[in-house]
Write a protein that binds this ligand. Structure first.
Ligand SMILES: *Cc1c(COP(=O)(O)O)cnc(C)c1O
Length: 416
């Protein structure tokens, strides 16, 4: 049973009515389900039972401390992409030995912080980064554990902005150059080669490109072994998609992992995974209230109190999120453009949705747990929305709503 379901016509998060949360915490408001988060992680961990494997949650998908805390308590590691995310996961109680550090632009200061923290691995994305990391580790008198993020040049068939495994992308080391760069790394005094990694894209619903990427990586693993470079782990990145609409092809975690685990069987390689969206995407909704209805000749607009500054995905990628009433209302439906108050025509949350609506109604924007709050901004001087985590019949405010005064506090007028 989904953690978000309807009882007596009212949409609930676990045992709490979303209408109650709107009354208590205001709108717009992000609502997460503890049960949904834990179940999503459990799905991975069940498939990996008995194997030497670590699920490193990709923090950038949803970095709320309470979310990180829940996942850490259940044994997850973390994939971070900045020094800020490192501080976040440590604040949430993460074990440094379960943190991997990805990203094409790691600064020397971020490397230093991660080295002194003692993270599991740096996923190195270029020759220049490798050199810098070696220098920073030398300065600290230590050795940096590394894997190279190899770009396997497979077409993941996803949105161009979230496809990362093609030659033309900025990510990773080109497949044909990886072997030589490993040899170079082996000659450096302050890095220690521990693994290999890739991440080919996001919101992938077809398991085939993952297997294709793994085959290419394993070929490289074997070539490196003949060079005397023995790897201890293989990190397959994240990217497994979720269902945003009913007709999305859905891939189970098992269907995604089984072909990969079959290829890895018998190899003495620890398996790392970096799922982000799959762990949190369906565990959150964005709760919003209709401010005004503006029916028109060509289009009907429902202006709601959430906007592109809250949930950027529709404006940024043309993403589709299901939008449902919190309390079902009898009466005829009309087709509505669900839009926010931001002064941009791109400020929409959904196009052409058949809904029976009245001013003041509450709507839930579903599957908003990943790349939602983390991508929000203060555009139009809109304070960021509150985040609430529901656990059974209890609702915990896990980030309070920002105030306008807090936004202004960082700024100053000119002295004269
Ligand atoms: C974004 C990212 C992930 C997570 O991607 P999802 O599609 O959310 O699973 C994992 N690894 C790296 C390196 C990333 O940049």
């Amino acid at each position: 049973m989904s953690a978000f379901c309807r009882r007596d016509g009212v949409l609930h998060a676990e045992s709490v009515a979303l209408s109650e949360l709107a009354a208590d915490f205001g709108t717009p408001c992000w609502v997460y389900s503890r049960q949904a988060l834990e179940r999503a992680l459990d799905e991975f961990q069940q498939e990996l039972r008995g194997l030497d494997a670590l699920v490193c949650y990709a923090v950038k998908a949803n970095s709320n401390l309470a979310v990180l805390d829940l996942l850490a308590r259940r044994g997850a590691g973390f994939d971070i992409v900045s020094g800020g995310e490192l501080k976040r996961v440590l604040a949430a109680g993460a074990d440094p030995g379960r943190i991997v550090f990805s990203g094409v632009g790691k600064t020397a200061a971020e490397m230093e912080l991660a080295l002194t923290t003692g993270i599991l691995c740096f996923n190195v994305e270029s020759a220049a980064e490798l050199e810098r990391l070696n220098d920073v580790a030398a300065k600290l008198g230590t050795r940096a554990p590394i894997s190279l993020r190899v770009n396997p040049d497979v077409d993941a068939g996803t949105h161009p902005y979230i496809s990362t495994g093609l030659k033309e992308n900025k990510f990773g080391v080109a497949y044909d150059e990886a072997r030589a760069l490993y040899r170079q790394a082996a000659a450096l005094g302050n890095v220690e080669i521990t693994g290999i990694d890739c991440h080919i894209g996001s919101q992938l619903l077809d398991p085939a490109p993952f297997a294709e990427a793994l085959d290419k990586l394993l070929l490289l693993v074997d070539q490196l072994a003949t060079d005397g470079i023995v790897l201890h782990h293989i990190d397959l990145g994240g990217g497994l998609g979720i269902r945003y609409r009913d007709d999305d092809a859905s891939t189970t975690v098992a269907a995604y992992l089984q072909p990969l685990l079959a290829r890895l069987a018998g190899r003495p390689l620890r398996i790392l995974l970096e799922p982000g969206r799959r762990l949190v995407g369906n565990a959150g909704v964005l709760l919003t209230r209709v401010e005004y209805l503006k029916p028109g000749e060509v289009k009907n607009f429902a202006i709601v109190d959430a906007a592109m500054n809250d949930l950027a995905r529709p404006a940024l990628y043309g993403s589709w999120h299901e939008i449902v009433p919190v309390v079902t209302r009898p009466g005829a439906t009309r087709r509505w453009e669900i839009v926010g108050p931001v002064c941009e025509s791109g400020d929409f949350l959904g196009h052409d949705r058949a809904l029976a609506l009245a001013g003041g109604d509450l709507l839930a924007i579903l599957s908003a747990g990943a790349y939602g709050m983390v991508m929000s901004s203060n555009y139009n001087t809109r304070p960021r929305a509150a985040e609430v985590l529901v656990d059974g019949a209890q609702a915990h405010l896990v980030r309070r709503r920002e105030t306008v005064d807090e936004l202004l506090a960082l700024e100053q007028r000119l002295p004269c």
